[in-house]
Design a binder for this molecule. Structure first.
Ligand code: F6P
Length: 324
């Protein structure tokens, strides 16, 4: 193994830079050349490469986003695109690839490996935390803290005006951000994609807390929730059924993807970056590095993509109890 390429793909996540830094420096440490690919798979198709040195990754451990840029690439979904990417890597004599991204990016990596035999290694980087084989993905912890901080601010104004706020958070089809930030921020109700609690229950809960003297409330709604209503429709629904409640909506959006990575994400990304390179050195391609019980573990990429992490039922129960 002489040359490893590294790229970030899909939605960016705070801590991706720390992972790039760890990959580059582990390569330097072991005397391997590291090639950075700009804009994810798009850069592989276009041959947009840059040789990385220990000093290329100075002063990025504390930066959100990704210095290599990211993209969701349509060309790489075609056989011709992948062939072009392989030819570009071959010209550079790259024989292994580290993909920092989410499950869509891992699917691309697996297909690429199956077609052209290049060793691939995945590092889970997404705020959604929706990957099997790791309890935490890079960026998730920072996103949680961002959401909690935002809801704390919303709470101030909700309290002052005796209002109910629906706060929509990201997570695609997963409720990790909603559930954990919801509990951390003391939300009244949390609507997650994994379980449809029904609109009646939501209304009952809001009425119950109003009757018990609660004058303001926060309801956290995962973007993929299963009520079948948008946050704006939920607002209308509650207004129709509880006409004396003043309701507002706040969609947190992409602020959840940016910002300074938390210490947890920096440490996680650093450990994952080192382990990814060292696993390739041990000729263990086709895996994803994850954290399980505070230990770096490898899960076959195939499994990481198809495996299913379920919602934390106990946390849902805790949330019910403490919002009584
Ligand atoms: O996967 C990360 C994520 O931020 C999801 O939570 C969200 O559904 C999606 O990406 C948004 O994608 P885009 O940045 O392309 O709008």
């Amino acid at each position: 193994l002489k040359k490893i390429a590294v790229l970030t793909s899909g939605g960016d996540a705070p801590g991706m830079n720390a992972a790039i830094r760890a990959v580059v420096r582990t390569c330097v440490y072991h005397g391997i050349v590291c090639i950075g690919v700009r804009r994810g798979y798009k850069g592989m198709v276009d041959g947009d490469f840059v040789e990385m040195h220990a000093r290329s990754v100075n002063n990025i451990i504390n930066k959100g986003g990704t210095m290599l840029h990211s993209a969701r690439c349509k060309e790489f979904m075609t056989k011709e695109g992948r062939k072009q990417a392989f030819e570009n890597l071959s010209k550079e004599s790259v024989n292994a690839l580290i993909v920092i991204g989410g499950d869509g990016s891992f699917k691309g990596a697996l297909r690429f490996n199956a077609e052209f035999g290049i060793s691939v290694m995945g590092i889970p980087g997404t705020i959604d935390n929706d990957i099997y084989g790791t309890t935490h993905t890079i960026g998730y912890d920072t996103a949680l803290n961002t959401v909690v901080e935002a809801i704390d601010k919303i709470r101030d104004t909700a309290f002052s005006h005796d209002r109910l706020f629906f706060v929509e958070v990201m997570g695609r089809d997963a409720g990790y951000i909603a559930l954990n930030a919801g509990v951390g921020a003391g939300a009244e109700e949390i609507l997650v994609p994994e379980e449809n609690l029904g609109l009646d229950r939501l209304l009952e809960s809001l009425k119950r807390s109003r009757n018990s003297g609660k004058m303001s409330s926060i309801v956290v709604v995962a973007e993929g929730d299963k009520t079948g209503k948008s946050v704006f429709e939920l607002k209308e629904y509650v207004e129709q059924n509880m006409p004396d409640y003043d309701v507002r909506v706040s969609v947190l959006g992409h602020i959840q993807r940016g910002g300074t990575p938390s210490c947890f994400d920096r440490v996680l990304a650093s450990r994952m970056g080192v382990r990814a390179v060292e696993s390739l050195l041990e000729s263990r391609g086709g895996y994803m590095v994850g954290i399980l019980d505070d230990s770096m573990e490898l899960t076959p990429l195939e499994k990481a993509i198809k495996g299913h992490s379920s919602i934390n039922e106990d946390l849902l129960r805790v949330s019910d109890i403490i919002t009584v």
